[in-house]
Design a protein around this ligand. Structure first.
Ligand code: GDD
Ligand code: MN
Length: 392
């Protein structure tokens, strides 16, 4: 541990901290807390981790003027109540509660924007990241030797600890894919544990996509100038309370982030997802038509109508799960959603036919007319359903 007199000016010595700012209480009628470091903790169903995490932070950060900002997506387990109880007597603890929203990256971004300290960190709530590294991560930022410090599991001294081997493999593969996108050579671009200065954060904030899980990749790939990056190795710990939120859909979100950072400049990724669902819909249509044709006798109109209905339902549900994941309709909303989706797409089909016929009249090229008609129809369907079904 460094001596107090060697510490940079904005780090207070442990002794001083105890008597003045460590509890963050009022001093001479003025708030003593003007944090140097805000630790943003995204949470979803982490109720049992709140108290242990705050205790660990308190122990690890003696001497630093810090605050912790939990960004909770209205977790059903009442995480926000657990945080609120701390907020009432501990000014170092803050809560940002989002209603009707989901997403780790967007939670971090909103946490960055809701604080004003010169340094911000992100850490999991479940104590998988080693909070004792925070002081070591802060120092080079304060000394202006780095813009971004990443807690890494893959440099020497770091480890993935007890992380399941399939998770390690997924993590390594996606790190590799991520690296291809980045200007920066970092060993663990998937890390959810890092710290940066406000200037760097401000320089990327407008370009962050906020999609999915990978906030660090988002930051690294969005910065127009190369950030000075340092890595601090840590040993990842096992989660002891609550469950991981990393599911199969997260891999898709990751893919969509990579696409957005590459193709996204030209075509919106949400539109690509919508069109891919449409392509699956065509297969579902043909399959249903084939099946119905065999089983419903020779009633082609009935089979075709059934195929349209099944394909429409398929497209609606897939778009609800993937394309508009963060505005997913649930329960009774699904009925209204399906009605508006079907209506918008039926009007889209009319446009499709009209436009294709118009092109065909002039060009006599059937495939060109078909493709252009389908393109116009898809753009209409995408725009209208985004607005009226998922209410963007
Ligand atoms: N607000 C909010 N909204 N928080 C969320 C959400 C969400 O939709 N989803 C997850 N979180 C919170 C969790 O509560 C946790 O504090 C943190 O984000 C990370 O989620 P975990 O469920 O603990 O993820 P993990 O441990 O499986 O994945 C970790 O390792 C990855 C590397 O393999 C994370 O640190 C990732 O960021 C990291 O990339
Ligand atoms: Mn975790």
């Amino acid at each position: 541990m460094q001596q107090a007199d060697q510490l940079p000016t904005s780090v207070v010595s442990p002794l001083e901290a105890e008597t003045t700012v460590d509890a963050g209480q009022l001093k001479d009628g003025k708030p003593a807390l003007k944090p140097t470091l805000t630790i943003v903790v995204p949470t979803f169903n982490e109720r049992e981790n709140i108290e242990p995490l705050i205790e660990c932070l308190q122990r690890a950060l003696t001497g630093v003027d810090w605050e912790v900002l939990f960004v909770d997506d209205d977790s059903p387990d009442g995480t926000h109540q657990a945080v609120q109880e701390f907020c009432e007597h501990n000014p170092r603890v803050r809560l940002l509660r989002r209603i009707g929203r989901r997403g780790l990256s967007s939670a971090c971004i909103e946490g960055f924007l809701a604080c004003s300290s010169p340094f911000v960190a992100v850490i999991d709530a479940d104590m998988q990241h080693d909070e004792r590294c925070l002081v070591e991560m802060l120092r080079p930022l304060q000394n202006e030797e780095a813009d971004l410090v990443i807690g890494t599991r893959y440099a020497s001294g770091g480890s993935t600890g007890e992380l399941a081997s399939n998770r390690v493999l997924i993590s390594k593969l996606s790190s590799l894919a991520g690296k291809l996108l980045l200007k920066h050579d970092v060993s663990d671009p998937m890390s959810g544990f890092f710290m940066l200065n406000r200037k760097s954060m401000e320089s990327v904030i407008h370009d962050l996509s906020g999609v999915g899980f990978k906030i660090l990749i988002d930051i690294l790939s969005s910065s127009s100038k190369t950030l000075r990056v340092l890595e601090v190795p840590y040993q990842m710990r096992a989660r002891t309370r609550g469950d991981s939120k990393l599911d199969a859909l997260v891999a898709l979100e990751y893919l969509s982030l990579l696409l957005e950072k590459t193709l996204g400049r030209y075509i919106p990724v949400r539109f690509l997802s919508f069109v891919s669902v449409g392509a699956i819909g065509v297969l579902v249509h043909v399959f249903t038509l084939w099946f119905a044709h065999i089983h419903l006798g020779n009633d082609f109109v009935l089979s075709q109508s059934l195929a349209i209905l099944v394909a429409m339902l398929n497209n609606f549900l897939l778009n609800n799960i993937f394309t508009h994941r963060e505005r997913q309709l649930k329960g009774w909303q699904l009925l209204g959603g399906f009605a508006s989706f079907s209506l918008a797409c039926s009007i889209g089909a009319l446009f499709n036919v009209q436009f294709a016929s118009f092109i065909f009249e002039h060009s006599q090229v059937w495939w060109l007319s078909g493709i252009l008609g389908a393109t116009v129809g898809s753009i209409w369907n995408y725009a209208m359903t985004a607005k009226f079904t998922w209410k963007h």
